[in-house]
Structure formats: structure tokens, C-alpha cells
Design a protein around this ligand. Sequence first.
Ligand code: T3D
Length: 260
Amino acid sequence: MLVLSALSDGVLSLTLNRPDKLNSFNGAMHLALRAGIQQAHDDPAVRAVLLTGSGRGFCAGQDLGDRDPRKGGPAPDLGHTLETFYNPTLRLMRSLEKPIVCAVNGVAAGAGANIAFACDIVLAAKSAKFIQAFARIGLIPDAGGTWSLTRIIGEPRAKALTMTAEPLPAEKAAEWGLIWKAIEDANLMDEARSLAISLARGPTLGLGLTKRLIQAAATNGLDEQLDMERDCQRTAGHSADYAEGVMAFLEKRKAEFKGE
Ligand code: T3D
């Protein structure tokens, strides 16, 4: 299994699983990850996703063994592989109206780093590092990296990180706002799992609308965003979870959200 998948407590755990290759992507692993995210879209029992890697790395991007020019043949059309593999998965992750927690358990390089940055809440082991490795092999940053890095850390840092391919340690990534928290290695998976479970017990519809709004804010003007907040709040206000949340407050008890 190139991506291990398990559903419990409302959390779909997806674990990239080619540890001997630092979980770098071949075509089959791409499709397996995409199928997992698609399951999260389709299955109402999934109320949060937890993405991580097996072994000592999170993901080293594209499997370069599959790109060996010494094997002969024409140069691959990488535009086609992005359109076929990475881009649909990135779009599916961003359009999933359920939280995706990413537990970066070790090095995240190339597209592996940018897939982590496409998740909603990223926790990383203190020993992990993020490497925009593309410049080392003559490529441009993909998997949404030029978009996410520029928005999150701004042009100067985005240009320096991508042009130098210098590793960014997890604590610095947290300081720069690229990830939510850097965590002691030994505690990473427990913390990530309890975060994912607590999100899965949350008001899924409201959390999904929150994700939609925050993502839209990057391109909306204030007026458009205020209109969108009005419309989404109207939807949230009709949800069973909103009624439950208010009742629980008034009854001084913990809300039990159903995700609808
Ligand atoms: O092609 C397209 O479709 C376009 C899309 C491109 C997207 C991309 O992601 S391009 C960027 C590709 N990724 C890289 O350039 C990163 C390559 N890997 C590294 O630079 C290093 O492995 C790391 C910095 C990530 C980690 O270094 P280190 O020293 O901790 O580990 P290592 O010894 O280099 O790797 C361990 C094993 O994993 C090793 O195999 P071996 O020698 O033990 O049999 C290594 O070859 C393998 N491995 C690591 N990364 C890849 C890989 N094998 C294939 N592809 C990899 N990307």
C-alpha cells in the first residue's frame, strides 16, 4: 500500500508509504493519495484528514528515479505530469471543506514541502526541515509552492528559499508562519492526532465554510469578502451544529456537534 489509509474517530489518516525513497511520489502513490482525499470529500463519516509520512521522512517530492535521463527516450513533458498528477490533488485538497492536518514527521522536499503547505494546519517535528529542492535540479517550484510561499512569507523570503534551496528548519518555518507549530519529535503524532480528532468532533459545516472564506480572502476585496461572510454565516446559522452550540453554551455543557 503506497498510502496507508485508516478511518477512526471521524479522522481519515493518510500515510505516504514509500519510506525507502523518503515517500517520494511515483504515479501510483499520487493516485492513491488523490483517492484518499476524494474519499474525504465523498464520505460524511470523514470529518478531518491527518496526512503524514512513514519512516524518517515526510515526502521528498517527485521520485527522481522515474526521471533518469540515462534511461534514454525523450525528455518527459513535466507540464503534463503536473496537470495529470500534482495539480488535481492540490485542487482537491484546497476544495475539501473539512480540515486537513499535516504532521510533517521528517524532511519535506520539493513537491513534498508544498503539499504540506497546502494543508490547513501543519505541525512539524522539530527535527524536520522544508527544502525547496527544485533549483538543485533545474526545475521551478511546483505543487502550488510559488503561490503559497509568496502569499504566506512574501516575495523576498519566497525568492530566497526557492532560489537557494536552503533547508528551512521546522522552528523557523513556524516563526515565519509557514506552519502552525514545531513540536518535540516524540510528541508529534500524538499531538497531531488529538488535534485532528478534536477538529473531527467540531462543527464540520462551519469549519468547511471557514476554510472556504479564508482561502477566498487571498483574492477577494473587502466588499466581496463581507458579502461572502454574510452568505456563509446565513448557511451556518441554519445548521444543527449552530443550534447545538448555542444550547450547549446556555446549558453550560460541552457541545456535541454532528457536523451538519
Ligand atoms: O517530475 C515531475 O513530475 C515534475 C514535478 C516535480 C516535483 C518535485 O518534487 S521536483 C523535486 C524532487 N525532489 C528532490 O529533488 C529531492 C531529492 N532528495 C534529496 O535531496 C534528499 O534525499 C533529501 C534532502 C530529501 C534528504 O536527504 P537525506 O540525506 O536525508 O536522505 P538521502 O540519503 O538523500 O535519501 C534516502 C533515500 O531516499 C536514498 O535512497 P538510497 O540511496 O538509500 O537507496 C535516496 O536516493 C532516496 N530518495 C530521496 N529523495 C528521493 C529519493 N529517491 C527518489 N526520488 C527522490 N526524490
